[in-house]
Design a protein around this ligand. Structure first.
Ligand SMILES: NC(=O)c1ccc[n+]([C@@H]2O[C@H](COP(=O)([O-])OP(=O)(O)OC[C@H]3O[C@@H](n4cnc5c(N)ncnc54)[C@H](OP(=O)(O)O)[C@@H]3O)[C@@H](O)[C@H]2O)c1
Length: 241
């Protein structure tokens, strides 16, 4: 896909591996200044080096998105070091598998904090910059589990349904500022997250992180006149509709 994101400041959460890593490489490849964040400094540093060595622009800021303070610090650093934020990609996420009766409340709290509350807070901080600029794009990575229900994933599913509700309301709320909010609902991508929760799935039959990165690039390629609210992207071997 021919694309020019030159000069765009794009924050990718969960950039250290999986989908976030592929998205970061893709937007950097299209010319963006990518701001990588996650907890794993070594992985972020390696990705930054890789992007720089292929002629791209990248910086990283570590943050634990469970912490409101670290989210605040992340955006303070962005405010100090960048002219603004053009795109926020809320991708970081965690999953837990197991029946609800056995699910410890600390797992529920952690899922809600990382998958939903951090998305809410990152949107809040990013919007302050975007509203001032009169433009911006927020892409929230939900899941097919944010639309459907799957056994053994009640807390994860609740967090992703929350992301869907948040995104729909926010899209309506901030359109007047020239800010767009879209959702991507992936299903079955070959990453550590799936290996941990669905070890039964044959990884060769799953989507690759690069497939989700392509969907992100597609959204970012649209003119401000055009709006795609959501992309539901699943394995072509799965059941249609
Ligand atoms: N894989 C799938 O099939 C699939 C399907 C639908 C939706 N999704 C969604 O896609 C997104 C990415 O998932 P993935 O499959 O790429 O998972 P992954 O490979 O496990 O990567 C998750 C990313 O989130 C970051 N992260 C986790 N907890 C964090 C925390 N407390 N603070 C900051 N960063 C944190 C991780 O970085 P650190 O550990 O370095 O902090 C990592 O970069 C998630 O929102 C997931 O729900 C995935």
């Amino acid at each position: 896909m021919e694309q020019n994101l030159k000069g765009k400041n794009i924050l990718v959460t969960g950039a250290s591996r999986g989908i976030g890593r592929a998205v970061s490489r893709a937007v950097a490849g299209a010319g963006a200044n990518v701001i990588l964040t996650a907890r794993s400094e070594d992985a972020l540093s390696d990705l930054k080096k890789e992007i720089l060595s292929s002629g791209g622009r990248a910086e990283y800021i570590t943050a634990d998105l469970e912490s409101e303070k670290e989210i605040q610090d992340l955006f303070s650093k962005i405010g100090e070091n960048y002219s603004g934020l053009d795109v926020l990609i809320n991708n970081a996420g965690i999953a837990r598998a197991g029946e609800l009766v056995d699910c410890p409340i600390r797992d529920f709290n952690m899922l809600m904090n990382v998958n939903l509350k951090a998305v809410y807070l990152c949107c809040k901080h990013a919007l302050k910059m975007m509203i001032a600029a009169g433009s911006g794009y927020i892409i929230n990575i939900s899941s097919v589990v944010g639309i459907k229900g799957y056994a053994n994933q009640a807390a994860y599913s609740a967090s992703k349904h929350g992301v869907v509700g948040l995104s729909k309301a926010l899209a309506d709320e901030v359109q007047k500022y020239g800010i767009r909010v879209s959702l991507i609902h992936p299903g079955g991508v070959d990453t550590d997250l799936v290996k941990g929760t669905r070890p039964d799935l044959d990884s060769s039959l799953l989507l690759k992180p690069e497939d989700i990165a392509q969907a992100v690039l597609y959204l970012l390629s649209l003119s401000p006149r055009a709006m795609v609210d959501e992309i539901y992207i699943r394995r072509s071997l799965g059941k249609p509709f």
